[in-house]
Write a protein that binds this ligand. Structure first.
Ligand code: NAD
Length: 253
């Protein structure tokens, strides 16, 4: 059903949560918009301003590596200030209440960790943009270090001491998905009895396959997203209201 109003949405969601043994939230950029981080596909979203740089372009062009870092530093103003929103806080409450064994996210903003869910129970399908890794030797670099070198090099992306390229620890378009995270997400999805997609347009594959997988394995499917998605017809409950408003009643003390 498509919830006809916010009160019905909250009451239906409450019933599904109360009856579930194992809930897997699957979050996307929409959960973080109230925290000041724009999503990709809403009007005025990042997609319209800075088209993501495909992985091949990053690997083959030093201009693209520099451009990628320039774009990242522009975003730092909103990322650095962002605090968990009502959706993050409600999911953290449900995690600590034992309803959620782990959470699967497409987000790269570290806000689920900031909400108090331990990192080992957050499955990041697209990595994390709050730090960087060498693509050759996997050495970790902090963004402040990269920025300092970037400025000192006349606005050029620095390389690792091993000669490898340094990139935010995110998965770009065209880059291989992290195998371990994909496997864990699949196991969690297949074992849950309630799967809740929150703030995702559900168009980025293979991540978008998880709601489908959950439904096929017998879980109830809830989709909370302002705009309609391709999977709405499959869902047991569709909520087209603001994520913060929907989840505010689930925030604990
Ligand atoms: P998306 O931008 O494609 O879709 C976000 C959806 O959230 C939209 O359909 C929009 O209508 C909805 N939405 C936005 N704010 C909402 C609100 N307050 N209440 C209800 N709905 C709201 O995002 P996606 O599906 O996550 O896919 C985009 C990719 O971009 C992901 O892979 C992710 O890694 C990356 N991304 C991440 C961030 C982040 O980490 N915060 C931000 C931008 C993009």
């Amino acid at each position: 059903m498509i919830a006809p109003d916010l009160a019905t949405a909250i009451s239906e969601l409450r019933g599904l949560i109360a009856g579930a043994q194992s809930i897997i939230p699957f979050t996307g950029a929409g959960i973080s918009t109230e925290c000041g981080i724009p999503d990709f596909r809403s009007p005025g979203g990042l997609w319209t301003k800075n088209r993501p740089i495909p992985f091949d372009d990053f690997m083959t062009s030093s201009e693209m590596r520099t451009e990628s870092w320039r774009q990242r530093f522009v975003l730092e103003e909103s990322f650095a200030q962002a605090q968990p929103g009502r959706g993050h806080r409600a999911l953290a409450t449900l995690y600590h209440a034992g309803k959620i064994p782990a959470l699967v996210t497409q987000n790269i903003d570290n806000l689920h960790q900031a909400s108090g869910i331990p990192p080992q129970d957050i499955v990041e399908l697209h990595g994390n943009t709050t730090y960087a890794l060498c693509l050759a030797c996997a050495t970790r670099y902090e963004l402040s270090w990269v920025r300092e070198k970037f400025e000192a090099n006349g606005q050029h992306a620095p390389d690792c001491t091993c000669g490898g390229y340094i990139k935010t620890a995110t998965v770009s378009f065209g880059q291989a998905m992290p195998a371990e995270a994909m496997q864990r997400a699949e196991e969690l999805t297949k074992r849950c009895d309630l799967f809740v997609a929150v703030g995702s347009s559900l168009v980025v594959w293979p991540a978008a396959g998880f709601p489908l997988m959950a439904k096929r394995n017998g879980a109830a499917l809830v989709i909370v997203n302002r705009e309609s998605t391709e999977f709405d017809e499959l869902a047991d409950l569709v909520v087209r209201h603001d994520i913060g408003d929907v989840f505010a009643p689930f925030i604990g003390n």
